[in-house]
Write a protein that binds this ligand. Structure first.
Ligand code: SAM
Length: 264
């Protein structure tokens, strides 16, 4: 069988860039899902569970701080004249609460999240009993009817380090669903424009031997115009030399940043 993957280059950060046809995208996405399902077993020891919980860190890094600043601005602008509400997928155990709390220690808002790992969803429910966490992945979110969200419309739909692991057709569907529930979307992900030539049938995928999942690189402009949104602001993180020497800095995340889109 011919494998529909073209090797484009390996960059200075040891990231292999592949142009991948739809059929092979399925295989790579199945691999990503199997990584997450190994963390979703009934027989995890207490130690393993604690490690998964402790691995979640909402603290801003040189790469995520731009997205967090944007989140703070949207929160501040909205709460000046009304209520802020947030809908999130790939929510972990509430790392966004920590991010908002960095500037607003006692934030007052309505939160609805989706998380596919039961351990993390349960940990969230223990920590934030007044808020809502649904157990589910991107497919579950897409499958929900609008009536499942009595809290809608939300001020903001948020996804941080989630879409990078999800294949393009599902990200498009998730954004289409989000557009039915909000007028504003904030994503922290890989946002740099790829400097490689792709055929229309191909998607860009990055692979690093030291990472367990493939990274899907998305065409944000196309996705947002398909759902009638426009990009209000998109920035690739640009850490200073001092930040690049700080412990939270991960060089392989070069090209990541945020995209903020609003209804056109
Ligand atoms: C790197 S963590 C990011 C967590 C959190 N959003 C943050 O920024 O701290 C990735 C999250 O995506 C979730 N995830 C992985 N695959 C997913 C999928 N196919 N659909 C929805 N969520 C997924 C994981 O359970 C995990 O919580």
């Amino acid at each position: 069988m011919q494998i529909a993957i073209r090797n484009l280059k390996t960059d200075d950060l040891e990231r292999a860039h592949f142009a991948v046809e739809a059929e092979a995208i399925e295989t790579l996405y199945t691999h990503n899902l199997s990584f997450w399902s190994t963390r979703n077993r009934d027989d995890l020891s207490e130690g393993e569970k604690q490690t998964i919980i402790n691995d979640q860190n909402g603290a801003s890094t040189p790469q995520t701080c731009g997205a967090t600043d944007k989140l703070h601005k949207i929160y501040a602008e909205t709460t000046r004249h009304g209520e802020f509400s947030l809908l999130e997928i790939g929510a972990a155990n509430g790392t966004v609460m920590q991010r908002i709390g960095e500037k607003y220690p006692n934030p007052n808002f309505r939160y609805v999240g989706f998380e596919c790992l039961p351990i993390l969803a349960e940990d969230f429910r223990e920590k934030f009993p007044g808020q809502t966490m649904h157990l589910g992945d991107v497919d579950d979110f897409i499958a929900k009817e609008k009536s499942f969200f009595p809290e809608a419309p939300f001020t903001l739909f948020y996804a941080s380090v989630v879409f990078i692991m999800i294949k393009p057709d599902l990200v498009r569907k998730a954004l289409e669903k989000a557009a039915k529930l909000t007028d504003q979307i904030l994503i922290y992900d890989y946002v740099e424009r790829p400097d490689v030539e792709l055929d229309p049938s191909e998607s860009l995928v990055l692979h690093m031997t030291n990472r367990p999942v493939y990274w899907f690189i998305h065409a944000w402009e196309d996705y947002f115009s398909e759902i009638g949104f426009k990009i209000a602001d998109m920035k690739v993180a640009n850490p200073t030399d001092a930040e690049m020497r700080s412990p939270g800095y991960d060089p392989q995340l070069r090209g990541s940043g945020y995209v903020h889109a609003v209804r056109a």
